[in-house]
Design a protein around this ligand. Structure first.
Ligand SMILES: C[S@@+](CC[C@H](N)C(=O)[O-])C[C@H]1O[C@@H](n2cnc3c(N)ncnc32)[C@H](O)[C@@H]1O
Ligand SMILES: [Zn+2]
Length: 282
């Protein structure tokens, strides 16, 4: 019964990426963490497979990838990413002790107002679901039986890794994964209570388009958008990284201008060395 409530929340929010129709139907099994079937659009009859908790909204392939995005498609990257890099990244970027518990504490504090009711949360370009999992844990602890955290990424390997982590941590029931493009979200307007984006702003091909999409799906007033990203590295490093890998870096003024251009309003902003944490609302 709880599970159906989560499915209902999902179906209320989904929007067909082909025709923008907002009536998607589900056929199949959606029980506990056993979730396999087909989502189909009643308007244009496009179909999106759901396999063991991962729905594919890019069934005919993904958009052209930058090198950084391409490496994320590899199984090896997905396997070592969190253990070798993610848990140390913030200490390296900030130049101070920034253990995972401090980062996740900031994330959950920022999203606090969004937990007052059931709904949908988004782990944007989630990789292994580093932000989505603690949000799901929080929702489960609060007994939010109609809530769901959606992890979105272009990389199936990353989504599979995210699902494995979530299963091990016992939070998969409150999560679902979508293979989709953050710059063309399969979600309707004002359907998301909270968005968490760790690191990916530097990796998107079109960061402004992604932020505008976030603004479109975020609920006005109560909705919160938590963004953690890397600020401009020294010029020489930046030139090498962006020419090789398709990464983009922002100074704080450029970052603020980007948020404003997307129609997002700053709630709080704090920079620690090269690490920027910004909380926004629609
Ligand atoms: C830096 S990692 C994300 C890290 C993760 N959010 C975290 O906090 O650990 C970047 C991820 O963004 C994904 N990505 C890049 N561009 C994307 C897009 N347009 N839509 C969805 N995912 C994207 C890549 O596949 C990769 O897994
Ligand atoms: Zn459609």
């Amino acid at each position: 019964m709880n599970v159906n409530a989560r499915l209902t929340t999902l179906l209320h929010a989904l929007r067909c990426p082909v025709c923008a129709g907002e009536a998607l139907a589900f056929e199949g099994e959606f029980e506990g963490v056993r979730r396999t079937g087909t989502l189909s659009c009643r308007q244009c009859s496009a179909r999106y497979p759901l396999q063991d908790g991962i729905a594919d909204f890019l069934p005919t392939g993904h958009p052209a990838l930058t090198l950084a995005q391409l490496t994320g498609q590899w199984k090896l990257t997905a396997t070592v990413y969190e253990r070798l890099w993610r848990t140390r990244a913030l200490s390296l970027l900030s130049g101070e002790a920034f253990p995972p518990a401090r980062e996740i504490g900031l994330l959950l504090d920022a999203l606090e107002p969004t937990f007052a009711e059931d709904g949908l949360w988004l782990d944007a370009a989630c990789s292994t679901g580093y932000y989505g999992r603690p949000i799901a844990k929080r929702l489960l602890e609060q007994g939010r039986t109609a809530s769901l955290v959606i992890g979105i990424d272009l990389s199936l390997a990353m989504l599979e890794e995210a699902r494995a982590y979530a299963n091990r941590e016992g939070v998969a029931e409150a999560m679902l994964w979508l293979r989709a493009d953050m710059s063309a979200l399969p979600l309707a307007e004002a359907t998301v209570r909270g968005i968490a984006c760790g690191g990916s702003l530097n990796e998107y091909r079109d960061a402004l388009a992604v932020l505008k999409e976030g603004r479109r799906v975020l609920q006005p007033e109560v909705g919160r958008y938590f963004v953690m990203n890397q600020l401009d590295p020294p010029l020489i490093v930046r030139a090498a990284l962006s020419s090789m890998g398709g990464l983009t870096f922002f100074t704080r003024p450029r970052l603020d201008a980007l948020f404003e251009a997307a129609g997002l309003h700053k709630v709080t902003a704090a920079d620690y060395g090269k690490l920027a944490i910004t909380v926004l609302k629609a």
